[in-house]
Design a binder for this molecule. Structure first.
Ligand SMILES: Cc1cc2nc3c(=O)[nH]c(=O)nc-3n(C[C@H](O)[C@H](O)[C@H](O)COP(=O)(O)OP(=O)(O)OC[C@H]3O[C@@H](n4cnc5c(N)ncnc54)[C@H](O)[C@@H]3O)c2cc1C
Length: 856
């Protein structure tokens, strides 16, 4: 063997072996032994110059030092520990509480750069119990039947009384309340199924039922209430004799809810004829769902104790209390009008409302703990109610639009056959699949005891954004049919409702820019939170030991991610270990690759930008997008397994994962382009994209398979919309559209016969109705066939139809009661003045622009 080849083999041994050890995350001690053996072998067998051997040995020495724990702790970790403690960004209590809320689940695995897929795969597929299934098939189905959107949204601006009564009687408000208090005690998954079904039918009912089952008095009481409070309120909340709401937002404090100025002052006062120590509350809140009809108001305010009646502190911070709305000084009843979706929502005010101390949820022990309570509960609630509303809407939109695009014909063919329409249909179906997967898998994890705060922010943001995309696409495919409001319009109202879900429970721009990654970076990173805690430890010796362990773990983790990111990118992750050998195998590998790249980029961002990363919202948002794409794609793969790996669903799975991972690639690219330290960005690009951006979005061919799936009656189309209200009955567009779709497939051959007859000149007419008459005359079809076709045609025309109204029907105020427009005063004639030429031109321009504005 020539000397060159031998040298190359040694190089391969050291570089390849090093990458292998880092890639596999072999621990430091074992790696040091393995490298030591290789160095020794090189000394004995290698024929390179001694200088090389010495350099190699010196480099090896750098690897040995971290194994000498006492030395490394004193000489390396300690100085860094001192610097780190000084650099530590200050963190407010509210920030710390938000960070510590919930726990770390699959998000932590994705953050690790080496996800342990068995952890996700070991979670059982969520299932409804018999009782929950019976509720879905019984009361939930019946409630959907009772909902008439036009009546609710246009005529009554409220749910009709019979619907309110039914909701209360069947305990729709009590899904999360345990049975011991009279509630239904449903799982998070069942809760999400019920909400998805209702949302597929009506946005007003969906919002009304979503709120009490999410973050509200019941949830707060269950987790933090005293026994007396639970006994006092929960049976009433379960029975529906108490209607809850929760008021946090105020005119000054929206997204920055913790800056609220509503106050509660501890003082002596009169309560039922006796002097007691209580709280005097003043508040001004807005946007509060159910406030206009609430009997019990959950209130967030800042608690003060200037006379030290309950302790030594002057100020306790944000506190939550329950306030009966019939208490003197409480104002509820007025309503906001959220985008013409008339669920009960309105302002509330309180002026010097005096209540005993036991109105504080959890009693005085919980004074000042309100923010912690809210963020803890949001870590679960945010994953259920709004994502369910979006996914339910998506299921309805997929089902309706898939059918509509078949029965609506233009240019003599179904519009579904046009590729442009197909592209929108593909997005509708694919995005719906993603929303369902994310929701079902995450709800299943919650039922297994997880409180995944970062995934719940991911779900809140992405499901509501995907819901908005689906709604936009569905409107486009429906054309004018989606635009013309009236009882026949089944899309317009849901379209109008999309910004509501975008805004509530953390408005989306803020959620993307600050919460997903901002919370995830510290929470899910395997070492950063440990380092922070260590640096903040009052016992410095203990802190140093923990800091040292975390720091060296962190360094090993960063080296490993460099190796993994590079190797996985170079090989397109083809050799990466995955849990299954199925057609979806490559997608697991792709996620492995991006997990390593994300972990690497994330570490460098934190290292070079430190606390200022929080302010670089666009960088932080892009990192959040990558994490979100991986999380959503993982849930798609898990959902595919949970649903029994149905081959017919593969187009949806492929489209979804490809789209998400392509987005991850593009977000990573945009992150690197905008990374402020260009040297670091260049190095990162080398490790992340050594072969460039090679991942492509889903092909048109996959899209065409998705279109076929969503426009053809069958199990995959049904499964995609399995929770939507699709019963065939008058007044339910989804059932009627499905019927028309099935008929269109049945009568397809007949329609083709008519088209052929037209080509041959046997019939002349353009439209099906006339064609049937002519075809019958020309004996192209039989009487029975003509009857069936006419029946089908009538059904289609009814579904394609829109409403029209007289002006009086549309006007809220009848013409005769309108106040007449006062006659206009004739403009006073100005006496001609002698103006300069430019002044005259300016005056004439002004008149022209005024005329134009009036015209507009
Ligand atoms: C229909 C409806 C129902 C509601 N129900 C309730 C309820 O029951 N109880 C309750 O307490 N509240 C409720 N809310 C209030 C809701 O939670 C707030 O509207 C929300 O927190 C946003 O506050 P804001 O509307 O004042 O927007 P603002 O805070 O004024 O925000 C405006 C925009 O700025 C963005 N933004 C703000 N800060 C940042 C930042 N740091 N980085 C990036 N972007 C930022 C936001 O994302 C948003 O896009 C409801 C709201 C609506 C519309």
């Amino acid at each position: 063997m020539s000397g060159l080849i031998v040298s190359l083999l040694w190089l391969l041994l050291f570089v390849g072996g090093g990458i292998y050890l880092a890639y596999q995350r072999v621990d430091l001690r074992t790696s040091t032994i393995a490298v030591g053996i290789a160095v020794l072998a090189y000394w004995i067998l290698g024929d390179g110059p001694v200088l090389w051997k010495l350099v190699l040995t010196a480099l090896y020495g750098l690897m040995v030092v971290p194994n000498l724990i006492e030395v490394r702790r004193e000489k390396i970790a300690k100085p860094l520990f001192e610097i780190y403690r000084k650099m530590l960004p200050s963190m407010s209590d509210t920030e710390r509480e938000a960070l510590e809320a919930g726990n770390v689940w699959w998000d932590g695995e994705l953050f690790s750069g080496m996800p342990e897929w068995d952890r996700l795969m070991s979670y059982p597929a969520p299932k409804l119990s018999d009782e929950e299934q019976a509720f879905m098939d019984g009361p939930c189905e019946e409630l959907c039947r009772m909902l008439d959107d036009w009546e609710i949204s246009h005529e009554l601006a409220d749910l009709p009384k019979r619907v309110w009564d039914y909701i209360i009687e069947k305990k729709f408000f009590a899904m999360i309340i345990p049975k011991q208090y009279g509630g239904l005690e449903f799982s998070a998954y069942a809760n999400s199924c019920v909400l998805r079904k209702i949302a597929s039918r009506n946005a007003t009912a969906g919002s009304t039922i979503g709120v009490p089952n999410s973050l509200g008095p019941a949830e707060l009481l269950l987790h933090y209430g005293t026994d007396e409070q639970k006994q006092h309120y929960l049976p009433g909340l379960a029975a529906g004799t108490e209607i809850p709401c929760f008021a946090l937002t105020s005119p000054h404090a929206g997204s920055d809810a913790a800056s609220l100025i509503d106050s509660g002052v501890i003082c002596k006062g009169d309560w039922q004829g006796k002097e007691i120590t209580g709280i005097r509350l003043n508040w001004d809140k807005r946007y509060i769902t159910l406030a206009p009809v609430a009997t019990v108001l959950g209130l967030a305010f800042k608690l003060y104790d200037p006379d030290h009646l309950i302790g030594d502190k002057d100020e306790y911070g944000i506190t939550a209390a329950l306030i009966p709305t019939d208490t003197k000084g409480v104002e509820v009843g007025r309503r906001h009008y959220p985008l013409s979706i008339p669920f009960q929502n309105g302002p509330t005010k309180g002026k010097d409302v005096f209540l005993p101390l036991d109105c504080i949820i959890g009693g005085t022990e919980m004074a000042g703990k309100g923010w912690k309570m809210l963020v803890e509960l949001l870590s679960v609630g945010r994953a259920i109610s709004l994502p369910s509303a979006a996914a339910g809407g998506g299921q309805a939109a997929s089902y309706a639009t898939g059918a509509y695009a078949v029965i609506r014909k233009q240019f003599n063919t179904s519009i579904a056959n046009f590729e442009g329409v197909g592209e929108a249909l593909t997005r509708i179906a694919g995005n719906t699949y993603i929303m369902n997967a994310a929701l079902s898998v995450t709800a299943g994890a919650i039922d297994q005891g997880e409180k995944p705060s970062v995934p719940s922010a991911i779900l809140k943001y992405h499901c509501t954004e995907l819901g908005r995309d689906v709604s936009n696409d569905a409107m486009d495919v429906h054309g004018g049919k989606g635009v013309m409001m009236g009882p026949k319009n089944y899309l317009g109202r849901a379209y109008m409702a999309t910004p509501i879900a975008i805004t509530v429970e953390g408005a989306n721009i803020l959620t993307r820019s600050l919460i997903i990654y901002g919370q995830g970076a510290i929470r899910c990173h395997p070492f950063v939170l440990r380092e922070l805690h260590a640096a903040g430890d009052e016992d410095q010796d203990r802190g140093l030991i923990e800091f040292d362990n975390a720091l060296f773990g962190h360094i090993g983790y960063a080296i490993s991610n460099m190796a993994r990111s590079f190797f996985l990118a170079l090989t397109h992750a083809k050799f990466s270990r995955v849990p299954l050998n199925t057609p979806t195998r490559r997608y697991y590998q792709n996620i492995n690759r991006y997990s390593a790249a994300f972990a690497l980029a994330s570490d460098f961002a934190m290292l070079t930008l430190g606390g200022s990363l929080k302010k670089r919202e666009l960088l932080s948002a892009r990192l959040g997008d990558i994490l979100s794409s991986m999380y959503l794609a993982s849930t798609v793969l898990k959902q595919f397994e949970n649903q029994g790996r149905r081959a017919t669903d593969l187009p949806l799975v492929e489209w979804s994962v490809r789209t998400l991972m392509y987005q991850a690639q593009e977000a990573l690219h945009a992150f690197l382009i905008n990374f402020p330290n260009r040297w670091v960005a260049t190095v990162l690009r080398l490790f992340i994209f050594p072969r460039g951006r090679t991942y492509s979005p889903p092909s048109d061919e996959i899209g065409a398979r998705v279109v076929a799936l969503v426009t053809t009656p069958g199990e995959s189309r049904d499964r995609l919309s399995e929770l939507a209200y699709t019963t065939l009955e008058p007044g339910n567009p989804l059932g009627l559209l499905q019927e028309a779709l099935e008929l269109s497939k049945e009568y397809g051959p007949l329609e083709r016969r008519l088209r052929q007859a037209r080509k041959e000149g046997l019939i002349d007419a353009d439209y099906l109705g006339q064609q049937i008459d002519e075809a019958l005359k020309a004996q192209v079809i039989s009487q029975a066939e003509a009857r069936s076709l006419r029946d089908y045609n009538e059904k289609v025309l009814a579904l394609l139809g829109v409403d029209d109204f007289t002006s009086d029907e549309l006007a809220r105020v009848p013409a005769e009661s309108q106040t007449p427009t006062p006659p206009r005063k004739a403009p006073r004639k100005k006496t001609a003045s002698k103006k300069s030429a430019p002044a005259k031109r300016a005056a004439s321009r002004k008149t022209a622009s005024k005329k134009k504005t009036e015209k507009t």
